[in-house]
Design a binder for this molecule. Structure first.
Ligand SMILES: Cc1ncc(COP(=O)(O)O)c(C=O)c1O
Length: 457
């Protein structure tokens, strides 16, 4: 995605090209276009190795919610490192920060009646854990045939085999097929692009009915769970109609299927509610957490299950052993960082700030509709997207090889504003400590970029 820039030293660029494979990109592209090498951060700003300072409108990968280099979080990490750097949570081992964090999460998730936490090293681990616990739950509940998983097209649930098989985008799967058997997708609630309707409520009914029909088609007695993001993130910031999650809950209840909320991006305030599903008025059975749990200061994931699910493990039987977990499940430094981050999230009401500043951002993004290449703008809280189109009338997207989106990204960087451009969308997901003044700064750069960069004719 990046184009040519002068690296701080030829040697660094050379080593990068020779030795480092970057995720989610063709290595040949990276060889041609040196990446931006970030060296420092402070609040809502980041700096590269050449000393250029950028307004961070991505919060890393929508994870640095409390902002960069917060002294409170660094102090908590150092305090834990000075006590012990690592001891895990396998079997009958434990450490204090992971126990404290599990209690903190269960308290925060009291409205959802969550009861147990399993830690891991990140988002992909967290969804994988959810799929395995869902299958185990049904075996413990005397319904061993309930193993299949449903998800949404354009959903993203990480890169492990389960998560990849649940993810609904061909681009992420083709090189690694065959996928896991038993994973099925229904249409995304994509208001801007769907063959049926412009009416959100009608779309909610259509999508929920498809889930209902396809579960019946597979046989409800074979379906373990349905997983979805409360707002689909990297698939294009697809905000579902307001009633859809309640409809999902009803369909899952009707067919005795677990509802898994992938809160890896939406958890801890990004959509304006503390959790995305809570914002839709729905209590899931399982929640996948990562990213905002400790703002990315140290890798950490968590899978949380409600009373109904946890109760299946209460009486020992043949398969109650949880033969799953990672060396870094409950890493004490990651958990200590999380406790400090969650203090900030609650004390500074970051969900409230995300709601207020996000509403201002969305209002201002509407201004971009005057430009020919802007097909749609949408968002919830500080999760926002601008959909680029080659032709507004037909909604034709840019071809994957078209240079326009990358040029737009370059124009933003030239104005010292970092955004993410992926799959023909400009994605904006700043730290949740963002302000309206920063929004206005980002908007000035967006206006200038859309005015100066034109697609090839
Ligand atoms: C909704 C969602 N689920 C899962 C993941 C995977 O998380 P990780 O990259 O930490 O493995 C991501 C990552 O962006 C995500 O956005």
């Amino acid at each position: 995605m990046q184009t040519k820039r002068v690296p701080a030293s030829d040697e660094v660029a050379d080593w990068n090209a020779k030795y480092l494979w970057h995720p989610m990109v063709d290595p040949n592209v990276v060889r041609e276009h040196a990446p931006l090498i970030i060296e420092r951060g402070e609040g809502c700003f980041i700096s590269d190795i050449d000393g250029n300072r950028y307004l961070d409108c991505t919060a890393g990968l929508w994870n640095v919610n409390v902002g960069h280099r917060r002294p409170e979080v660094i102090a908590a990490i150092l305090e834990q490192l000075n006590a012990i750097e690592y001891y895990g949570t396998f079997a009958n081992m434990a450490n204090v920060p992971s126990i404290r964090l599990s209690k903190r999460l269960i308290d925060m998730l009291a409205p959802e009646k969550m009861r147990r936490v399993m830690f891991s090293s990140g988002g992909s681990d967290s969804t994988e854990t959810a799929f395995k616990l869902a299958r185990q739950y049904w075996k413990l509940s005397g319904k061993p045939e309930k193993t299949k998983m449903f998800s949404l097209k354009l959903g993203y649930h990480g890169v492990h085999f389960g998560g990849m098989s649940a993810s609904g985008n061909t681009m992420w799967r083709r090189a690694y097929e065959p996928l896991m058997p038993g994973f099925f997708q229904i249409e995304a609630p994509y208001l801007y692009r769907n063959p049926w309707t412009d009416d959100p409520e009608q779309l909610a009914t259509i999508v929920a009915e498809q889930l209902d029909r396809d579960i019946q088609y597979q046989g409800a007695d074979t379906v373990a769970a349905f997983i979805a993001e409360p707002v689909q993130g990297v698939g294009g910031v697809i905000v579902p109609p307001a009633s859809l999650w309640k409809k999902f809950r009803e369909v899952c209840d009707r067919h005795d299927v677990l509802l898994i909320s992938d809160e890896i991006v939406t958890g801890f305030g990004r959509t304006g509610a503390m959790f995305g599903a809570r914002g839709w008025g729905v209590a899931p059975d399982v929640m996948c957490l990562a990213k905002g749990i400790n703002s990315g200061y140290i890798p950490l994931g968590a899978t949380v299950v409600n009373e109904r699910v946890a109760n299946a493990w209460d009486k020992p039987q043949a398969l109650t052993g949880i033969m799953h977990g990672y060396t870094y499940s409950g890493h004490p430094v990651a958990c200590a960082a999380a406790l400090a981050c969650l203090d900030i999230v609650e004390d500074e009401d970051l969900p409230g700030n995300a709601g207020r500043v996000g509403a201002h951002f969305l209002r201002r993004l509407e201004e971009l509709r005057v430009y020919d290449c802007v097909g749609d703008v949408r968002g919830k809280g500080l999760m926002l997207g601008v959909e680029l189109v080659r032709d507004k009338k037909t909604k034709a997207p840019f071809a994957p090889a078209d240079a326009y989106p990358a040029k737009l990204y370059e124009a933003m960087l030239a104005q010292k504003v970092m955004v993410r451009v992926a799959a023909g969308k400009v994605i904006l997901s700043p730290p949740l400590v963002f302000t309206e003044a920063y929004v206005d700064e980002a908007m000035a750069a967006l206006h200038s970029a859309f005015q100066s960069v034109k697609p090839a004719t």
